[in-house]
Write a protein that binds this ligand. Structure first.
Ligand code: NDP
Length: 486
């Protein structure tokens, strides 16, 4: 606390609390993880991955080309037809438990590396991403020897080689969502992390080596969209699992059509977070903040549309603005930081373009007073009120710390507005009436619905959407279905 005079209002502030980066050692250059070894790319290409909070390069990573995809798929096939295919479920479980435990042991290292490469606050990578990644491996380890009791018939079989493509918003966690069920079910994997966030996947490759999985069981190919495209098109792949934009998801669906490959898609969203006048409003405000400002809003299930009942709209907006004034934006490695850096220049440009469109279309824009660092990619928490359903900011996925506020008068109107989207991934309901929660949940077209909370994840709970949010479920018993021939 700094008090300038005995009569002055005290200026409460936090002292800087930066997490040390000593625990991570980042190599200047990373190769591809194929057949249990780190090998250079066939054509020798590399690209830089940046720290989005400083724009400084962190390392060079390999650009996998067609020949590398061929090598990785062949290694995965050999492992599938060889040692991994012959490994019984009870032993696959041991490997998964081992991966989970090593992630826990190296949790701090993973968290710091994730925040450096992604820009997310250390508080989130430390308390959410990394523990949940370990939890996914623990959870699916438990299924590996019980597949015949999972409701998929007496003898469910793995599919073979799974090609898995993940985005940059939860890099390690998305790798865990993909790998854990695939391995539990007995498949082998070729995983492609996003171009801007490859480092924790490469650390995971090291952990997988440490855990002693047979070579080729998991292969990790860094690269860009072309690497993903080559993996999708590869005839040696039996299953594609993709998380990312709806646009690329549609392209993948077209590429896979008619090939016999099994496909699951987890795509975009434009979720409604619906607040009724009987909701506990302070709790709802916390839920609204967590719904859209968690992970800078780079969350497919983010509550990016707030639907608030007209009679409490002014109160909620006032309390929300007051709460946003207390959020701290800045150094992702500071333990007090709430809002970190935007992951890339490209994403920052997209957020900037869509928010400008919001203003042009007549919505009222507000952000708290908030100094942005001079270097790096930053965007202040932003609230648009007076938003109409036709506005682009009410229709398109912004994937940034931007909330669009709309109002409603009746539950029927709330449902109609919430469902007025091509997506269908998630929704939130805030009310003290249990009967209203059930009434709403039956009518909202969303794969995941939270009541009086938001953005809660658990490996035992299936996650996924429908309409333009994709199909298939990840997590829970349902998450096994995408990796079993049953
Ligand atoms: P993409 O959908 O382009 O990327 C997701 C993953 O797919 C990345 O690994 C990417 O590689 C890879 N990829 C890109 N093109 C292809 C292709 N043709 N075939 C196969 N794989 C491909 O998302 P972006 O990162 O470009 O983000 C764009 C927008 O998508 C964001 O602004 C956001 O709105 C939305 N998005 C939504 C996500 C969600 O979970 N709902 C997650 C991420 C983005 P690379 O990174 O190398 O390009």
């Amino acid at each position: 606390m700094v008090a300038t005079s005995p009569l002055a209002v005290p200026d409460w502030d936090y002292a800087p609390a930066p997490e040390s980066t000593d625990i991570v050692s980042i190599a200047p250059r990373y190769s591809l993880f194929i057949g249990g070894e780190f090998v250079p790319p066939a054509d020798g290409g590399y690209f830089a991955t940046l720290n989005p909070a400083t724009e400084e390069p962190l390392a060079e990573v390999a650009q996998a080309g067609q020949a590398d995809v061929d090598r990785a798929v062949a290694a995965a096939r050999d492992a599938y037809e060889g040692p991994w295919g012959a490994t019984p479920g009870r032993d696959r479980a041991k490997y998964l438990y081992r991966i989970a435990r090593v992630i826990q042991e190296r949790a701090r290292e993973f968290a710091v590396l994730e925040s450096l490469d992604n820009g997310k606050p250390i508080r989130e990578s430390r308390d959410v991403d990394i523990p949940l990644a370990a939890a996914h491996f623990f959870y699916y380890a438990g299924w590996a020897d019980k597949l015949e009791h999972a409701g998929f018939g007496p003898d469910p079989r793995p599919l073979g080689v799974a090609g898995q493509i993940i985005p940059w918003n939860f890099p390690l966690l998305m790798a865990a969502w993909k790998l854990a069920p695939a391995l539990a079910a007995g498949n082998t994997c070729v995983l492609k992390p996003a171009e801007t966030t490859p480092l924790t996947a490469l650390l995971l490759a090291e952990v997988i080596g440490e855990a002693g999985l047979p070579p080729g069981t998991v292969n990790i190919l860094t690269g860009d969209g072309a690497t993903g495209q080559a993996l999708v098109a590869h005839p040696g792949v039996d299953k594609i699992a993709f998380t990312g934009s709806t646009e690329v998801g549609k392209e993948i669906q077209r590429a896979v059509a008619g090939t016999g490959k099994k496909l699951t898609l987890e795509l975009g969203g434009k979720a409604a977070n619906v607040v009724f006048d009987d909701a506990p409003l302070d709790q709802a405000v916390e839920g609204i903040v967590n719904g859209i400002f968690f992970n800078q809003g780079h969350v497919c299930c983010a509550g990016s549309r707030l639907l608030v009942q007209e009679s409490v709209a002014d109160t909620v907006l006032d309390r929300l603005k007051r709460r946003l004034g207390t959020l701290r934006l800045g150094d992702p490695l500071d333990k007090n930081t709430d809002i970190g850096a935007i992951n890339s220049r490209q994403q920052l440009d997209k957020i900037t373009e869509l928010t400008a469109a919001g203003e042009q279309e007549g919505a009222e824009r507000w952000s708290p007073a908030c100094a942005l660092p001079d270097r790096g990619y930053w965007f202040p928490p932003t609230v648009f009120s007076g938003v109409s359903q036709a506005h682009r900011i009410a229709q398109e996925e912004i994937f940034g710390p931007v909330l669009s506020v709309l109002t409603f008068r009746t539950p029927e109107e709330a449902v109609a507005k919430a469902n007025n989207t091509p997506y269908g991934l998630s929704a939130g309901i805030w009310t003290e009436k249990g009967s209203r929660i059930f009434w709403m949940a039956q009518r909202l077209r969303a794969g995941v619905i939270w009541a009086n909370t938001y953005n809660r994840f658990d490996p035992a709970s299936p996650f996924g959407g429908y309409q333009e949010s994709g199909f298939g479920r990840e997590g829970g018993r349902h998450g096994l279905a995408g990796y079993l021939d049953a």
